[in-house]
Design a protein around this ligand. Structure first.
Ligand code: NCD
Length: 327
């Protein structure tokens, strides 16, 4: 059984194979009918125990673009409220006949528990401050398409990850994926927002953004995770912004072809200025768009879709009538 739980220890070839498939799905998504029959008859379940806008919708959209059915679980209106355990919730929904589970949970390690109980592939949609592997794949795809074109890695690219690294599952996943693909990663944060121990992490650290700004090819800006205590470890948002915010002035001091990224949700005026968020060099919406293609690649590979089906268009006459177009 193949799961996708972490980028830690992932081989470069494995990451590249997801990205290569995702490149093909970017093309599929650009078609008039952005849908292929690769996973027809399969059902993907999303179990999100934490809030999400883009990740959950992105998995839904990816499953539907592969012609899979989707079911989703909302903890607020579920039997969790009556005391049902995570294990019974997983076994119950699995008994309905699911083929893959995407789980997001505030507890580190929860997707590993789900993978141990379930008899279907499990994808980690984010666990605590630990891992968020599909975010790392979509970020890698976005950088590769911007700097390297299709195929290959991120060799020689200098990426600065800025902000609340301590509470960020995105940073933990990105560091492994970016460095496995050949990039150099610098963490930029106040000491209170760095992990207590980064021994063994394949990174260097910098205490101020201004020191490294002119050398970076990509500035990856993180949200201060107030819900995990991130906002309580510096004096004020104004002070944070003055030293670590991606301001319009700092955008002007970047290399001309450097880019700004953010996993969303962005808090404009804190970690990123509105003018930077809206600038064409900010790739946040490319990241969201690439996220659908990456999740298609993940669902496709974990559910063993057959290669020939990956890009064959759907040929259901009813759909042609409904959208009024031909491929
Ligand atoms: C991130 C997350 O939930 O880990 N968002 C996302 O999935 N795009 C980052 C965040 O919440 O700041």
């Amino acid at each position: 059984m193949r799961h996708l739980l972490t980028t830690e220890g992932m081989a470069r070839a494995e990451i590249e194979s997801y990205l290569d498939d995702a490149d093909e799905f970017v093309d599929v998504l650009a078609r008039p009918i952005p849908k292929v029959p690769a996973l027809r008859g399969k059902t993907v379940a999303t179990l999100f125990f934490e809030p999400s806008t883009r990740t959950k919708m992105s998995f839904d959209k990816a499953a539907k673009a592969l012609s899979a059915d989707t079911v989703s679980f909302s903890p607020g209106t579920s039997s969790l409220k009556k005391g049902e355990s995570l294990k019974d919730t997983v076994l119950t929904i699995e008994a309905m006949g699911l083929d893959l589970i995407v789980v997001r949970h505030e507890a580190t390690g929860a997707p590993w528990r789900v993978a141990a109980w379930a008899s279907v592939p499990v994808v980690n949609g984010g666990d605590g401050a630990h891992q968020h592997p599909t975010q790392a794949l979509l970020d890698s795809l976005t950088l590769r398409r911007r700097f390297g074109g299709r195929r290959g890695g991120l060799d020689g690219l200098r990426i600065g990850i800025v902000g609340d690294i301590r509470h960020s599952r995105v940073a933990r996943s990105d560091i492994h994926a970016f460095t496995a693909l050949g990039a150099d990663v610098t963490l930029v944060a106040p000491p209170t927002l760095l992990p207590l121990d980064t021994t063994g992490w394949p990174v260097v650290t910098a205490g101020t953004l201004d020191d490294v700004l002119p050398e970076l090819d990509a500035v990856y800006v993180l949200r201060v995770q107030a819900e995990r205590g991130g906002a309580s470890v510096f004096p004020s948002f104004a002070e944070y912004r003055s030293r670590f915010g991606m301001t319009a002035d700092r955008l002007r001091r970047l290399k001309p072809d450097a880019v700004v990224m953010h996993p969303g949700p962005m808090i404009r005026g804190v970690e990123i200025d509105a003018a930077v968020a809206d600038d064409p060099r900010c790739l946040v919406l490319d990241q969201v768009a690439n996220g659908v293609a990456v999740r298609m690649a993940v669902l496709f590979q974990l559910l063993g879709g057959t290669r020939g089906d990956a890009s064959r268009p759907v040929e259901r006459p009813a759909e042609r009538v409904l959208v009024g177009g031909e491929q």
